[in-house]
Design a protein around this ligand. Structure first.
Ligand code: AHR
Length: 870
């Protein structure tokens, strides 16, 4: 358990792998330069990116790694794309390395990225080849005559193969491609056997020191991955012989700093049926008949305009129609032809309609009679074969579209009722926007939220709510970008659209409802708008990557973002402010933040559009804090490039995302310690601990609790955090783990939820220094599994001590509070503890005796909060 043992083990590990990676030369004999081979393999369906091998004689080669990926392609969608074919590495006259590669066998673009040291790669770009023709085997040469670089490639289409060339000075702008003779190519690639396989790539002479750096990079990655993959499964071996520890904790009252008061918030995205069928209280699935095959890209033939609906009885037929719709944004409706009464139009809800005995439900629909007399419809809630749970009727349906409504009271509590509409007259009638809401929505709002879910979220005491995503915000391709204007106003005029997570968004839970929820729970609204680019993993985006809103449309897009501020904050006299007032909220929503972009690839396409939006916001609304984005990882190209852009534009805040194994959180508690205090602040907008198989349990929850102590310590840099994703409907889940699972009738908060809630109710505004002493020399595996954070809530004068013990042994902790008066003698202690694999746990509260010197025992695998109200 003691440190030197581990050190010895680690040194041995490093030595073994250095020896293994350098079979041909030892460092003393190394020549000044060696050969470096750059190549990609077919493995993992071409997804593994660029590898290196090296040789001192050009004949025997050793891979770096083996197969360490130094850069991977980021073009296009996950799975089908992000491949690297035929990489060609080239060093320019300034010593900068350039890599170009082919992306696939059909697109008319190739890829480029540059790097100084072959390790820290800069942003990727995807220059255009010949429109409509593929780009294969690209290579680069320098023309002394023209003093420029020439990229040439092969293009094969319908048995015809041609070569093309394009020139560039900077690898950003290229001359229009010209057809060339095959003989003009140099074909500089070589075939080399690496680990028994023939690979094709380019060979370069480089200083041996460069290869040593590449090997060291690989070893660093291996070593840290090993550390980060530690899970509690290995704890009995890892901590064999570890006895309960006696720990001393000193709280240094004289050393404190101001920290953010809004560290804990909510990330809401419509993923896992979080909105329709989830938080949005509508009980009718596909109420507007707008489900479309394209929602699921044609993979489900039943996912169409009539999804969740059925017609019962042979005296009635239905057709989906689009002529003279209720609204052009909502073009589909159902037409029923009734030969005789007795038939019913049936909706099963989102896997059953849950109703409660004695509770009231608001039914509404738009209807018009197309043929026949003024109509009457019976509206029923049904269960089983023929049990009527509630009934009402809509009379005198006329010939123009009109909304009809009625109230239903359920006679019984049933999880899976259905709605039936029974036309009582012969003829033809059209129906649309058939809706059923419980009257008991959260805070009784019309078009409101499911009360139990909304309350569970509110119970965290979040200081902000981010919406509408996540990837939903930037969408699957340009046509799928989330436009806030489509989600406000009358429900029948909202524009439903495909959800990037492969289902449907009705838009019923739209911007007005999000803002209203924020007001209801006292949280700041944080809308995220796309940065003029869709998701980089889009499966339907123009030239791969992000495409980007065409520049000729960017002014309109920027205006949309500016209009959002007017809609949220403008007076009812303004055009957009009036829309908010008309919807029922004349007072401003007091919007303070807008996020622009969501973990996008940081490319030239992104930067150009982001900058336009940012500058317009700065100019027109300097009062709004714009939150930038720095990619989907805690490091790497997008992280570095995103931060560079943030510094260049002097952004107030950036949004960081990382989903990592518990070991990452355990060993990266110093992540923010060295962040520049004078640079942009951080919003940790998405994070979660991910174990293999993605369960959520006490182990993941404790890793998050542990890391949050370090975030609190850095609360002068990190302004806000939100665990992601928030909600997941059982059986309709695209992503695990999530914070709160639910079905139609139950809400099932996870253990991680209670960590958020414990933090949410115990934020402070001053961080108080504290020192933890394990009273012995322990290795990092032990040290890093014990964490503390002490904050003070100046308003309430509470001193709040958070303690995490991720060890399998108890910690007898002696606390000493220096330079702070503790007048209370008792404090509330809240403890979350159990077995690491536990998925269902509740925090337990008790009272303990405290003073300026007191003792507590921290149970194995526990998170405790001691709250001393002074
Ligand atoms: O939280 C789920 C997804 O993870 C988000 O939509 C996206 O931003 C991230 O990749």
């Amino acid at each position: 358990m003691k440190r030197n043992l581990t050190l010895r083990r680690l040194t041995l590990l490093l030595c073994t792998s250095i020896f293994w990676s350098q079979p041909m030369v030892s460092e003393e004999q190394s020549p000044d330069s060696v050969y470096l081979f750059a190549y990609a393999t077919e493995k993992n369906n071409h997804h593994n990116g660029l590898h290196f091998a090296w040789s001192d004689n050009g004949e025997q080669w050793a891979p770096v790694g083996p197969e360490h990926s130094f850069i991977r392609s980021d073009y296009g969608t996950w799975g089908g794309e992000k491949k690297m074919f035929d990489p060609f590495l080239f060093r320019d006259n300034q010593g900068l390395w350039h890599l170009i590669w082919s992306l696939n066998h059909y697109d008319d673009v190739f890829a480029h990225a540059a790097v100084d040291d072959l390790i820290l790669w800069r942003r990727q770009s995807y220059p255009q080849g010949v429109e409509g023709r593929n780009v294969l085997l690209p290579e680069v040469t320098f023309s002394n005559k023209d003093q420029n670089y020439r990229v040439t490639w092969l293009s094969v289409a319908h048995e015809d193969s041609s070569y093309y060339a394009s020139t560039t000075n900077d690898f950003k702008t290229f001359s229009p491609p010209q057809e060339i003779q095959a003989a003009k190519r140099q074909d500089l690639r070589r075939d080399i056997e690496i680990s028994g396989n023939m690979e094709r790539g380019t060979v370069h002479k480089v200083p041996h020191s460069m290869v040593i750096e590449l090997i060291a990079e690989h070893q660093k990655t291996e070593a840290r991955n090993k550390l980060w993959s530690e899970t509690t499964k290995g704890d009995s071996a890892r901590f064999a012989g570890l006895e309960p520890l006696k720990v001393s904790l000193s709280v240094e009252g004289s050393k404190s700093k101001k920290i953010s008061e809004q560290l804990i918030g909510i990330f809401f995205e419509d993923i896992n049926y979080a909105a329709d069928g989830g938080l949005y209280a509508e009980l009718i699935e596909n109420r507007g008949f707008e489900y479309a095959l394209s929602d699921k890209k044609g993979s489900d033939p039943d996912w169409n305009s009539f999804k969740a609906w059925a017609v019962k009885g042979d005296q009635m037929t239905h057709r989906i129609k689009t002529e003279n719709p209720l609204h052009p944004n909502n073009p589909h409706y159902v037409e029923l032809t009734v030969a005789d009464k007795g038939g019913a139009l049936v909706n099963e809800g989102f896997g059953g309609i849950p109703v409660k005995a004695g509770e009231k439900y608001d039914f509404s629909m738009f209807a018009k009679v197309m043929k026949g007399r003024k109509g009457k419809i019976l509206v029923r809630l049904m269960h089983g074969d023929n049990e009527v749970l509630a009934e009402t009727e809509i009379k005198r349906i006329g010939s123009g579209w009109k909304q009809y409504s009625a109230e239903l009271t359920a006679s019984k509590t049933i999880d899976n009722a259905r709605l039936e509409l029974l036309p009582q007259s012969k003829g033809t009638l059209a129906l649309d926007m058939i809706s059923l809401f419980p009257q008991k929505t959260f805070r009784g709002r019309t078009n409101g939220l499911r009360a139990d879910l909304a309350q569970t979220i509110a119970d965290i005491n979040p200081k902000f709510v981010r919406f509408p995503g996540g990837c939903v915000a930037h969408g699957d391709g340009l046509d799928n970008i989330y436009h806030w204007k489509n989600t406000i106003g009358p429900l029948e005029a909202r524009k439903p659209q495909r959800n990037i997570w492969n289902y449907h968004q009705s838009g019923g839970l739209g911007y007005y409802e999000y803002f209203q929820y924020c007001m209801d729970i006292g949280a700041e609204p944080i809308p995220i708008v796309a940065a003029g680019v869709p998701c980089q993993n889009s499966s339907c985006g123009g030239a791969g990557q992000q495409g980007g809103i065409p520049m000729e449309h960017m002014d309109d897009y920027v205006q949309d973002v500016l209009d959002l501020i007017e809609w949220a904050n403008g007076s009812p006299d303004t055009y957009w402010g009036k829309k908010r007032a008309d919807a029922g909220h004349p007072e401003p929503f007091n919007l303070k933040y807008v996020g622009v972009g969501n973990e996008d690839l940081i490319t030239d396409v992104f930067e150009e559009r982001f900058t336009m939006i940012y500058e317009a916001l700065q100019e027109k609304h300097p009062e709004i804090v714009v939150i930038g984005t720095v990619g989907p990882w805690f490091e790497g190209t997008d992280y570095r490039e995103g931060w560079d852009l943030a510094r260049k534009l002097d952004l107030a805040m950036v949004d960081e995302h990382y989903y990592q194994p518990p070991g990452w959180f355990i060993y990266n508690q110093n992540y923010y310690d060295n962040y520049d205090r004078n640079s942009s602040k951080v919003y940790l907008g998405e994070y979660a601990a991910h174990l293999p198989g993605r369960p959520t349990n006490l182990e993941t929850a404790l890793a998050e609790a542990l890391y949050l102590t370090a975030v609190e310590r850095n609360g002068d840099v990190v302004e806000m955090t939100s665990y992601a994703p928030l909600l997941a409907k059982e059986r309709f889940t695209q992503w695990n783990p999530d914070l709160i699972y639910f079905n139609n009738t139950e809400v099932k908060p996870t253990v991680g939820y209670y960590v958020q809630k414990m933090y949410g109710h115990n934020m402070g505004d001053r961080y108080i220094n504290s020192r933890i002493d394990l009273n012995g020399d322990y290795e990092k595996a032990v040290e890093n599994r014990v964490a503390v954070s002490v904050v003070k809530d100046s308003q309430g004068q509470a001193l709040i001590i958070k303690l995490v013990n991720m060890l399998p042994v108890a910690l007898q902790t002696g606390l000493k509070v220096e330079d702070l008066k503790i007048s209370a003698t008792r404090a509330t202690r809240t403890v979350l503890t159990g077995h690491p694999g536990d998925k269902k746990l509740l925090p337990v509260e008790d009272e303990i005796v405290v003073g300026s010197d007191f003792e507590v025992e921290l149970a194995p695998y526990s998170f405790s909060i001691i709250r001393i109200e002074n």
